[in-house]
Design a protein around this ligand. Structure first.
Ligand SMILES: Cc1cc2nc3c(=O)[nH]c(=O)nc-3n(C[C@H](O)[C@H](O)[C@H](O)COP(=O)(O)OP(=O)(O)OC[C@H]3O[C@@H](n4cnc5c(N)ncnc54)[C@H](O)[C@@H]3O)c2cc1C
Length: 381
């Protein structure tokens, strides 16, 4: 294990830092939170700038238009973009972090040609239609049904918590194609063109007052068979490919951001007990970041993430909750006038979701218990 960056990594860091310092001042003002078409334009404009400068898809393989950066350069990229307060993936989240990687791993040549470059350029925005009202933690319980009719699937059902559903061009869609098979064996993974007839999108308002999520109602939507990723009824295996990308890398940038928040909060923490608590959190965060680097160097050496990767999402999201709670205790009435308060309050509300998104903490603990510690499996119904 080597937690230090190489000279090549540091040269990459210097180049990127210079580009960020010249590019970021050129960005237009960020649009209002609920102005979705403007938000899409702003986020995809940033993606296009990354693409033009040769930084899009930093960790995607070169043959699929990415930069083929080493895992440690990927970490440097995240460290530097966060340090410079550059935009993160925004509405390109699903496409860049798990739909694109799933297509790379499981898609046909035609699917790769049709989608990967568009995602990297910011020309194609994706959303995820996995969860259903009765299928969240128990995702394999999805009921949205797809019936084969010639060269189309006729899809009917309901999805919920579909992030960026109202502006997505395509959705990752899980459907039940064999209702008689055991539940994990009758699922298929489809790319859903979001403009097909029969799709109704109903935005859901969050506690922050904006509509990041939507419900999808699908009424006999005709999805071409050419939109299937992987074989029919093999969708659970493909789903696990998607989830491994979603849980494995999607939170790394958030971690660097948490280190920045700890620094930002520090000047307001005067009470010795709170300072001790903040110190503990900073030390734990450092530990999680070191574990991330260890996993990344292990992946670079062996090609697979170490078992630590399964702990990171759980450890990070729980720690972020504690950081949010501490910031609310620290920022009492007498500091309500400071500009940073808005950011901390918003952060607190936003991060409440982190222990739920991409698998709740309870589910992550089950995974750690069963797959890392080798404990007996929890009884399945
Ligand atoms: C910010 C955010 C973004 C999201 N984006 C999307 C998206 O784009 N697309 C999408 O499809 N979904 C999305 N989701 C949905 C998310 O995947 C689900 O909310 C999550 O999987 C939990 O499912 P649920 O809400 O149905 O809760 P439930 O599964 O009903 O769980 C309720 C409670 O029971 C606990 N529980 C359930 N089963 C067990 C068990 N076996 N052992 C112990 N405890 C258990 C859970 O931990 C939880 O506390 C998003 C969620 C959030 C918060």
């Amino acid at each position: 294990m080597d937690l230090r960056y190489s000279d090549v990594d540091e040269a990459f860091r210097a180049r990127l830092r210079e580009w960020l310092s010249s590019e970021l001042p050129k960005l237009p003002v960020q649009p209002a939170r609920d102005d979705w078409s403007a938000r899409r334009g702003w986020d995809t404009d940033w993606q296009r700038r990354l693409f033009d400068a040769g930084y899009a898809g930093i960790n995607w393989p070169k043959e699929f238009g990415g930069q083929g950066a080493t895992p440690s350069q990927h970490l440097v990229f995240l460290e530097e973009t966060t340090r410079a307060r550059a935009p993160y993936v925004g509405v390109n989240f699903v496409g860049l972090l798990h739909a694109g990687p799933t297509i790379i791993a499981e898609g046909t040549d035609a699917q790769k040609t049709d989608h990967l470059a568009n995602i990297l350029r910011g020309d194609e925005v994706w959303c995820q239609g996995f969860s259903e009202p009765q299928a969240g933690s128990d995702l394999a319980a999805v009921r949205t049904k797809a019936v084969l009719d010639g060269d189309h699937y006729i899809v009917t059902g309901q999805k919920i918590w579909c992030s960026y559903g109202q502006i997505g061009d395509y959705g990752e869609l899980l459907v039940r194609t064999d209702p008689d098979a055991p539940k994990h064996k009758g699922i298929t993974w489809l790319m859903l063109p979001m403009d097909l007839p029969g799709i109704e999108i109903r935005p859901l308002k969050t506690v922050l007052g904006s509509s990041e999520f939507a419900e999808l109602f699908l009424d006999e939507v005709r999805v071409p068979v050419s939109c299937r990723i992987g074989a029919e009824n093999d969708g659970w295996r493909v789903t696990n490919v998607t989830l491994a990308f979603e849980r494995g890398t999607a939170f790394v940038s958030e971690m660097v951001d948490a280190l920045r928040l700890i620094d930002d909060l520090s000047p307001y923490v005067t009470d010795p007990a709170y300072r001790r608590e903040l110190g503990h959190l900073a030390a734990e965060m450092d530990g999680i970041w070191a574990l991330t680097k260890r996993n990344v160097t292990q992946a670079a050496r062996t090609g697979v993430m170490g078992p630590g990767s399964m702990m990171i999402k759980y450890a990070y999201s729980e720690l972020r909750q504690r950081l949010g709670e501490l910031s609310m205790k620290v920022l009492e009435r007498d500091v309500l006038a400071i500009d940073a308060v808005g950011e901390f309050v918003e952060e607190r509300l936003r991060t409440l979701a982190l222990t739920i998104a991409a698998g709740t903490s309870q589910i992550q603990k089950n995974i750690i218990g069963e797959r890392v510690l080798g404990l007996p499996k929890e009884p399945r119904p």
